[in-house]
Design a protein around this ligand. Structure first.
Ligand code: CP
Length: 311
């Protein structure tokens, strides 16, 4: 049903294909609320979760998604594999390919790692996050969550706040939102912005308080300490004072505006505990959507059969 063999870069997908994934995810979300959460759709298929960087949400939700569709799911982590002994990604990929898997989800700190895998494996490759480049299933689950809250995207003002320069979440979410008719604006200190923020295709601002009252969605990015070099921030305390959402800033937001965050949260930095736990925060709705969206992505990449959603 999709024109693509892989899901690596969201900008390769058309709005029609995005809506097909979101609509299919909506059908699968019904399965996820049943007491018996299992379909035979991918019985006999093998899914490999190749996670070379830490993950809780993405790895677990792909595993649950595969298992709910009756696939055999194998988890592969850097710390317990032969990559620890120096085996290259290409050799790892060819080794896994020799075992005839159908889908490989890869997370790597190396931008372009999913493309490399397409040259060494016959499987469908899904990008579970590559360096500072893209995280397409995160953007899809975010779009799913926004659609559930607002019914659509046209004209919605979505502020994406924080470490834009290092964020693969922003790398996928900004183009996806633009494709669907929303108006993304990236917000953060100059030291955490790309050198040419306009190239992202979104408006930008360095002052959260100037734009906060106009936003429908306040999407807080994680400060990625593991990717920061030098001293881009005087201190996390100062960052939080200027860009964190606390109850005071929550009070500046539109009455129906929502807070989102891809997780994991640095509590007290991007969000105060009260803001993170407030009803305006849809962070666990995002996690919940992640399972259905990943079921849909795997199902559609494997050709999506008409009786596979409801059987
Ligand atoms: N949002 C996200 O990618 O979270 P994990 O790193 O826990 O997978």
């Amino acid at each position: 049903m999709l024109k693509h063999s892989h899901l690596i870069d969201i900008t390769e997908y058309s709005p029609e294909e995005i809506y097909e994934i979101l609509d299919t995810a909506k059908s699968f979300s019904e399965v996820n609320s049943r007491s018996i959460k299992k379909l035979p759709t991918l019985r006999g298929r093998t899914v490999i979760n190749l996670f070379l960087e830490p993950s809780t949400r993405t790895r677990t939700s792909f595993e649950i998604a595969g298992k709910r569709l009756s696939a055999d799911v194998i988890n592969f982590s850097a710390s317990s594999s032969s990559t620890k002994k120096g085996e290259s990604l290409a050799d790892t990929a060819e080794t896994l390919a020799a075992m005839n898997c159908d889908i490989c989800i890869v997370r790597s700190k190396m931008e372009g790692a999913p493309w490399l895998l397409t040259r060494h494996m016959n499987s469908h490759i899904i990008n579970g996050g590559d360096g500072c480049h893209q995280h397409p299933t995160q953007a899809l689950l975010d779009a799913y969550t926004i659609r559930e809250q607002f019914g659509g995207f046209e004209g919605l003002k979505v502020g994406i706040v924080g470490d834009v320069a290092h964020s693969r979440v922003a790398g996928s979410l900004v183009p996806l939102l633009k494709m669907l008719g929303a108006e993304p604006v990236v917000i953060g200190p100059a030291t955490l912005m790309p050198s040419c923020p306009d190239l992202l295709g979104a408006n930008h601002s360095y002052l959260l308080d100037d734009v906060l009252p106009d936003l429908d969605v306040v999407y807080m990015l994680r400060i990625q300490m593991e990717r920061l070099e030098g001293q881009p921030l005087p201190s996390l305390r100062e960052y939080s004072m200027l860009y964190g959402i606390d109850m005071k800033r929550l009070g500046m937001m539109k009455p129906d505006a929502i807070i989102m965050h891809p997780g994991p949260i640095n509590r007290g930095v991007e969000l105060s505990a009260e803001a993170a736990d407030s009803p305006r925060a849809k962070i666990l709705d995002q996690v919940n959507a992640g399972v259905a969206v990943r079921m849909a992505a795997m199902y559609l990449l494997l050709g999506g059969e008409s009786d596979g959603i409801t059987a």
